[in-house]
Design a binder for this molecule. Sequence first.
Ligand SMILES: Nc1nc2c(ncn2[C@@H]2O[C@H](COP(=O)(O)OP(=O)(O)OP(=O)(O)O)[C@@H](O)[C@H]2O)c(=O)[nH]1
Ligand SMILES: *[C@@H]1O[C@H](CO)[C@@H](O)[C@H](O)[C@H]1NC(C)=O
Ligand SMILES: [Mg+2]
Length: 487
Amino acid sequence: MQGRRYRKCFRFMLLCCTVVAAWSVIQGSRRRLRGTDSFGYSSLDGKQDSVFVEGCLDPTWYREQLEYSAQNATFVMLTRNEDIEGVLKSLHSIERHFNQWYQYPYVFLNDAPFTPEFVQLVKTATRAETHFGVLSVAEWEFPPSVREQSIFQESIDDQGDRGIMYGNMESYHKMCRFFAGAFYQHPLVRQYEWYWRLEPDVEFFCDLTYDPFFEMHRRGKKYGFTVLIKELYWTVPNLFRFTRSFIRQNNVEVGNLWRLFVQGYNVFSDDDLLDKLVNYDHEIQPELEKDDKIKQLLVDLKYRKSEELDRDATRLLIERASRKIPVVEDKFDNEEFNLCHFWSNFEIARVDLFSEGLYAKYFEFLEASGGFWTERWGDAPVHSLGLGIVLDVADVHYFRDIGYQHSTLVHCPINKAGSQLPYAENPAYSDILRPRGDVAGKLAGMTWTAEPAEDFGVGCRCECPRQRDIEDTDQCFNLWYDITRDA
Ligand SMILES: Nc1nc2c(ncn2[C@@H]2O[C@H](COP(=O)(O)OP(=O)(O)OP(=O)(O)O)[C@@H](O)[C@H]2O)c(=O)[nH]1
Ligand SMILES: *[C@@H]1O[C@H](CO)[C@@H](O)[C@H](O)[C@H]1NC(C)=O
Ligand SMILES: [Mg+2]
């Protein structure tokens, strides 16, 4: 008897130790994943942009504030009937982490009619208003003048042969072209002032207890993002060439956000010749040294006899006179696209930013160039270059507090210490958030906070996957950091 009890107790202790050990390994590797050199440990707040709310608020209290007003805003998702599972997953995540408290409507768009089952399943996943739209042929298909050319199909097949990601999928080209242009003109989208773009199979990791549309409105922001990454070069080889032509032909003065998307070659703004000869920083010093010698030689020529002249400098002068201007293939007007772009599967933005004015004109120009089918221009780099044209840095907001995953990329912030509140479900929503027998639903209802909270954190009740944050893995983020520091 005694022995068995002892063994039982021992086994229990062993179990406890294992759990504790596993927990510390998890915590340790999480630390390593976001090492102290990680952006996660520093504030990114600056004059241009800062996190709207660090940590949690009580949404009921927030909505009762006098200055608060619900915005003329909607979620929008383009999707297919067969994506229903991923659609429900995204809906469940956004309802659980945000929309149970705010109930913004949804617009679902599709190039084919939604089935009654799709509509019915979506309606069981939210109490908010839902709209379902079918795209017209003009909105979805390339124009007949393009489709009827044999080069159209050949061009798309060729992109497949060259191994360009999604290059040989005609539907993917249509999708990108749609999101780049027609999306904003769609009557269901145009009935709103703001949209939040969603995709099937995305996940949110933190609670958003305030209203992002209202905060954007109140602070005069126009575009919000969560992920900034580099595009694959071979999807957009000529996008920047056409973008620069658009700028030149229309005498456009670009916004100061432009700097986020280009590598500039204007090294010597006060010396035309040097500027042509030098493209990269490491070339500056040697070129300046040569230039000094040549300048001195030109002075000496006037006052000295030829045998007194610096032979070395004479050689340099002759060399320069016969030197070709070094050409950088993708350089236009002294600039090159650095391939950085806001990842457009998540966007919170004003509809009129894209539906009107210069961006709409820019899209028409790109459409006429044929690049949506001769190449595989993504809507994301098109949006970003367009935004670079029309916006300043201060018009853009980084939703750093929104933990988000699409495909394999993750951004998930550290929780803000001292500003965490217990999760309180909207009682009217319990049946929607916890469908019977659904494990995900049960998990979503849990109230514990697994993440440690830290002073420099920004998140509210985030439960992050153990994966390196995109903030720390893509160099475009360094650029955002630098740009929001100054100017
Ligand atoms: N109705 C419809 N929707 C589409 C079609 N192609 C893509 N979409 C939707 O457009 C959005 C983006 O398409 P995805 O295929 O997910 O593209 P992606 O996000 O770049 O690629 P993944 O990394 O594979 O997710 C998703 O919301 C899709 O559901 C299509 O042919 N018809
Ligand atoms: C919402 O905004 C759209 C676009 O500006 C406008 O047409 C519509 O009347 C607005 N709706 C409400 C309820 O204010
Ligand atoms: Mg996707």
